[in-house]
Design a protein. Structure first.
Lengths: 213, 558, 227
């Protein structure tokens, strides 16, 4: 859109992140609290780019052991077999339930990767100040926000499988070391999405240099 | 065309009915339904909750809180909620919640035990728990008062209280290989088991409690005999080797069998709790008590080694009684030591073997002590009835006493007025054989083997020397030693002559008509022939009773 | 026509564009002029409906957490678990962090969300609502993305199907409760109108009620200054 659109930042106003009230900041450096709901005011989410980058990188680091380490170990009559996420997908596929295999593949492997890539893309474009495709990028951001929680699927599947199949000596299931990394990836990307401020997408190209502290 | 302009202000106002606000919108149904369902489920669970009980075990193997069930007749009646140590860590207290529908079972004397895989005397049980996990078994009690605190059993009860059948008490000298769970057999069918045992108060016997399942308990009559059918019933006596076993199980772990003896009259079933003696084996158990017994004493001047109390007394090979005492008789005046054997005869056993036509007459004689006495006396004096020691078992050397007829025997001198008259005895055949064999060996020993041997040696030596000389001569033949050769040949001839003479002398010793050695040999052969005859007599007997070599003379009751 | 009635001047949370939001008829929503994001939704029954649904959802949540999810039996062995039981097993098996995450996403966040929403709605029925309502509302909105009841439902179903291959599985009351909860929470979210609540909340700074009309007749903004 045009750079002449009036944003709250350019107008010197602050929009409350909680209740949406538009208020005049107490001072440019310290906007103060929202008169309506008492939440702390900030022109843009504090340290958005830095925090989001840190979280994305941390999540990416966790993503590797999440996929390499086994997430589930099945002990049948004494012998234990460990399975990674991909191993579980392959097992579901070969044992005939390919819809389940597809669900787990999408939710546990593709979605977290997609989130990481999308967030990285958003951060890079914001930092480069690109002005194209604002609406699409905002939609991408909302997609990341919305779909993030579904990656937690495998963690729940693991939890309930472990909780139920404790029938030694016949069969018992233990969680593997990869589960916690997987949960970490989901949590970190969710917080990363929360800390990214989508208004930064629209700020590019304007003279607004919000005090991104 | 427009109508006349109307002043809106003059128009009456329509009545405004404000929208009727429903007091409660339909949305409230949802939480109401949710509340109803939640309350319903909670109430249902509370209503179905049965009582909580505690059971104390020494150890709760495989019992887990929240997992282990309590089962009765394979139906779950409760679940364990907690397992904790108790009483300064010496016991385990298990808390369980019982289902409502099983509340009535929780009476004071109900029993609980842990069902785990168990190998007992009566078999392997609880194998299903290997996969399914242990559970707590339950046995109903009969008390009226409800109970909530129980002490668990460490081993499952042998029989459940509501199993139909009857208990009996047996008394035995020792437990043998019996134990709790040992099977009880009737006609080789397992019909019950041992459920408890205890030492008698005076320590002189063991009291064993057995349980016979219905409907077999009605076969236990007042005169039923119980015997220990453990393992292999081996008896090695003068009666021979007897091998019996009830089943493979009893072979391994012991068992008890029972039977009503055939000589018993039909009797009523025994009352529950009746006491019976436990006999050592079937033979002893089913032995018909002999009511009529006559004691006699026998004197033997041969070795009594191998004769023991209980050895059979036979008449014509048939069982007629047994030896009761084996001892020594010392006559201080004549300084004579001889063997003294007391026997008891059961005439009934002989009579039982009579054929039907004669058995009535036989019975009549047996019943009258006088008649028996008279008959016996006549047999001894007129027919030559004597007692003789015989070998019952060549393997063990055991002896028995046989009554047999010896027409050539000397006239006896029996004092029939004594309480235990002394029956005249005849020496046994066994020592005879021994003496003969010894004599043969002595004769063979006496032959002049040494002398023959020495002569032969000398001949061989000279031959050897001659051969050596011949060898030398042959070696020197080139140098013309013919005269020496001639002399050597003369030597040789002389040696041959002496050998010839020796052979002739041997001929004379052994092969001549009146050769002394030959006479000796002939005597020896005669002795051997006599011994052979005795052996033949024995072999004839063996031919008649071939099995007795191994089994000896059997003493089977009719 | 002048903008009489309730209007509000807002900055779009996505693109920060200043715009005036007209008064919405019930059921209508307003979208950003530039990026299209929904700015405000006016629901038909902003207090009663979400209140009823929240009460129902809380009862169902209690049921979902106390009743077993499903029971499985194989070779005579039996097992069943609740949601908390699942997190507990993870803890016992050494995965403490995962257990905390699962408990948070499956139990704590939905419970906090529902409780806060319930409290807010109860307090807002009769304005003025005390200022802590604003805090609770903020907490409710913070907990919302972390309440993953529907993800858990799918996870339970996948686990059920996987286990059903080797044992006999029977869904129990807990699972049905989670399913109902999975439907109730989005219903609450769609019938909940934060704007309606904020209008009834006393202002944090001086306890006065908000002024309905922030835009003065002459078109200038009449904004309060942040303290």
């Amino acid at each position: 859109m045009t750079t002449s659109a009036l944003t709250a930042a350019r107008a010197g106003l602050v929009s409350c992140g909680t209740c949406g009230l538009l208020a005049a900041p107490a001072s440019p450096a310290a906007p103060g609290h929202c008169p309506r709901c008492g939440a702390r005011l900030a022109v843009r989410r504090r340290g958005s780019v830095e925090t989001t980058w840190a979280l994305v990188i941390a999540a990416a680091i966790c993503y590797i052991p999440a996929n390499l380490l086994p997430v589930l170990g099945t002990t049948t009559l004494g012998s234990t077999e460990y399975d990674t996420i991909m191993g579980g997908v392959v097992f579901l596929f070969t044992s005939g339930s390919w819809p389940l295999a597809l669900i787990v593949l999408i939710a546990s492997v593709m979605v977290p990767l997609g989130k990481l890539l999308a967030l990285a893309y958003l951060l890079i474009t914001v930092q480069r100040g690109s002005i194209a495709g604002n609406r699409e990028r905002t939609r991408l951001y909302h997609l990341v926000e919305f779909i993030g929680r579904w990656s937690m699927l495998d963690v729940f599947v693991d939890t309930f499988t472990v909780a139920l199949v404790q029938l030694s000596p016949l069969m018992s299931v233990q969680p593997g070391a990869g589960v916690v990394f997987f949960a970490a990836v989901v949590v970190l990307t969710m917080i990363a999405a929360e800390s990214f401020d989508p208004r930064l997408i629209w700020d590019a190209g304007t003279e607004t240099e919000p005090d991104v502290a | 065309m427009l109508p006349d302009p109307i002043d809106r202000a003059t128009l009456p106002r329509a009545t405004l009915t404000p929208p009727r606000r429903r007091r409660i919108s339909a949305i409230w149904l949802i939480p109401l339904i949710a509340a109803a369902v939640a309350i319903g489920i909670a109430v249902n669970r509370i209503m179905n909750q049965g009582p909580t009980i505690t059971i104390i075990f020494n150890s709760a193997e495989g019992v887990e809180a929240g997992k282990t069930f309590i089962k009765y007749k394979d139906v779950k009646i409760g679940q364990v909620t907690a397992v904790e140590l108790y009483q300064d860590y010496s016991k385990v207290i298990v808390t369980a919640r019982i289902d409502k529908h099983a509340e009535g079972l929780m009476v004071e004397d109900a029993n609980f035990w842990v069902v785990a895989p168990r190998v007992t005397l009566s078999g392997v049980s609880g194998l299903s728990t290997l996969l399914a996990g242990n559970y707590i078994g339950f046995e109903q009690g009969h008390a009226n008062r409800a109970g909530r605190r129980f002490v668990g059993l460490e081993v499952p009860p042998a029989v459940t209280i509501d199993q139909p059948g009857r208990q009996f008490q047996l008394s035995a000298d020792d437990m043998g290989s019996l134990g709790i769970g040992s099977p009880l057999y009737f006609r080789r069918l397992q019909v019950g088991q041992v459920i408890a045992y205890a030492l008698a108060d005076d320590g002189k016997s063991v009291s064993i409690r057995v349980f016979v399942n219905a409907p077999y308990d009605r076969f236990v009559a007042t005169d039923t005999r119980f015997w220990n059918a453990s393992g292999v019933d081996v008896s090695l006596g003068a009666g021979g080797l007897d091998l019996r076993t009830q089943s493979l199980v009893s072979l391994l772990i012991g068992g008890i069998a029972f039977e009503s003896p055939s000589f018993a009259a039909t009797s009523e079933p025994a009352a529950a709790g009746s006491a019976f003696p436990l006999y050592g084996d079937r033979t002893t158990a089913l032995k018909q008590p002999d009511t009529i017994a006559r004691s006699y004493v026998l004197y033997f001047s041969e070795s009594l080694r191998g004769l023991s109390a209980g050895a059979p007394l036979t008449l014509l090979g048939l069982p007629a009684g047994e030896v009761t005492q084996v001892g020594v008789d010392l006559d201080p005046v004549k300084l004579a030591v001889r063997g003294r054997v007391e026997v008891v005869a059961y005439p009934e056993r002989i009579v039982a073997r009579l054929q039907t036509q004669q058995s009535a007459a036989g019975q009549a004689i047996v019943q009258s002590e006088q008649a028996t006495h008279a008959l016996f006396k006549r047999l001894v004096e007129e027919r030559g009835l004597r007692a003789q020691l015989r070998s019952g078992n060549l393997l063990t050397g055991q002896l028995f006493v046989a009554l047999d007829f010896f027409p050539d025997a000397a006239k006896p001198d029996v004092d029939w007025t004594q309480a235990t008259p002394a029956i005249p005895t005849v020496p046994g055949t066994m020592p005879d054989l021994e003496a003969k064999v010894t004599a043969i060996l002595a004769k063979i020993d006496a032959l002049p083997f040494k002398a023959i041997g020495a002569d032969l040696k000398k001949v061989i030596e000279s031959l050897d020397k001659t051969l050596k000389d011949v060898n030398k001569a042959v070696n020197r033949i080139d140098t013309g030693l013919t005269p020496e050769l001639v002399s050597t040949v003369a030597d040789l001839r002389r040696a041959l002559d002496s050998a010839d003479r020796l052979i002739k002398s041997t001929d004379a010793t052994l092969l001549g008509e009146d050769a002394p050695g030959q006479i000796q040999l002939r005597d020896a052969l005669e002795e051997i022939a006599g011994a052979a005859r005795a052996v033949r007599g024995l072999s004839d007997y063996l031919e008649r009773q071939p099995a007795s070599l191994i089994r000896g003379k059997t003493e089977k009751s009719p | 026509m002048t903008s009489m009635g309730n209007t509000e001047t807002l900055a779009c949370p996505d693109c920060d564009l200043l715009q005036v939001v007209p008064e919405l008829p019930p059921g209508a929503k307003a979208s950003c002029a530039r990026c299209g994001r929904t700015l405000a939704t006016r629901t038909t029954d902003p207090i009663e409906r979400p209140l009823a649904l929240s009460i129902a959802a809380l009862l169902v949540l209690i049921l979902a957490n106390t009743a077993p999810l499903m029971g499985l039996s194989v070779v005579g062995q039996q097992a069943s678990t609740t949601i908390v039981g699942g997190a507990w097993q993870m803890w016992v098996q050494g995965q403490e962090l995962t257990a905390i995450v699962v408990a948070f996403c499956a139990v704590f966040a939905p419970a906090a969300y529902l409780l806060c929403t319930l409290a807010v709605l109860l307090a807002a029925r009769r304005p003025p609502a005390p200022p802590w309502v604003g805090d609770l509302l903020r907490w409710a909105e913070a907990m919302q993305p972390w309440s993953m009841v529907e993800v858990m439902m799918l996870g339970i179903l996948v686990a059920l199907i996987k286990i059903a291959e080797l044992a006999t599985v029977e869904p129990d009351i807990g699972m049905y409760a989670v399913g109902v909860l999975m439907l109730l929470i989005p219903a609450i979210q769609s019938s909940f109108d934060p704007e309606a609540i904020w209008k009834r909340v006393t202002w944090a700074d001086d306890g006065s009620l908000p002024v309905d009309d922030a835009v003065q007749a002459d078109g200038t903004l009449n904004l309060r200054s942040a303290p």
